[in-house]
Design a protein around this ligand. Structure first.
Ligand code: ATP
Ligand code: MG
Length: 137
């Protein structure tokens, strides 16, 4: 079954949005396969966002992700990668539709509450990076 790596970023954890976010994925019909609260090492954050390493905002992005604990999760179910991205909303919260997580809880691209894998292939890479190969199936 398709899986996605979903991560509540430090601002989402600090603001007490963990339950609300889990509820939205559960209510849609997805299954939680793994979850952990974790402080993030700089090297781990750099690996996770390696594709963005040439962007001007990369150093600030890494500082943001390591600024406090994250909630790392694996969600499973039909179309979870693409539908998870819809549940999350557009990257810039000012462009995110109301009813999406970012559209309901954020206004700044640099503090946009949550990450979701963008392709099935990247989801498998991210699950391996955050949870180890054992969870990949
Ligand atoms: P994520 O990968 O975190 O789910 P995304 O796939 O919607 O987000 P990406 O293009 O992968 O967007 O960017 C990763 C993250 O980098 C964004 O979620 C945001 O926190 C940050 N980011 C993206 N663009 C900008 C920007 N122009 N200025 C500042 N931060 C940015
Ligand atoms: Mg992305």
């Amino acid at each position: 079954t398709e899986q996605s790596y979903i991560m509540i970023k430090p601002d989402g954890v600090q603001r007490g949005l963990v339950g609300e976010i889990i509820k939205r994925f559960e209510q849609r019909g997805y299954t939680l396969r793994a979850l952990k609260l974790q402080s993030v090492e700089r090297a781990q954050a750099e690996k996770h966002y390696a594709d963005l390493s040439s962007k001007p905002f990369f150093p600030a992005l890494v500082d943001y992700i390591i600024s406090g604990p994250v909630v790392a999760m694996v969600w499973e179910g039909k179309g979870v990668v693409a539908t998870g991205r819809k549940i999350i909303g557009a990257t810039n919260p000012l462009a995110s539709e109301p009813g999406t997580i970012r559209g309901d809880f954020a206004i700044e691209v640099g503090r946009n509450v949550i990450h979701g894998s963008d392709t099935v292939e990247n989801a498998q890479k991210e699950i391996a990076l955050w949870f180890g190969e054992s969870l990949v199936d």
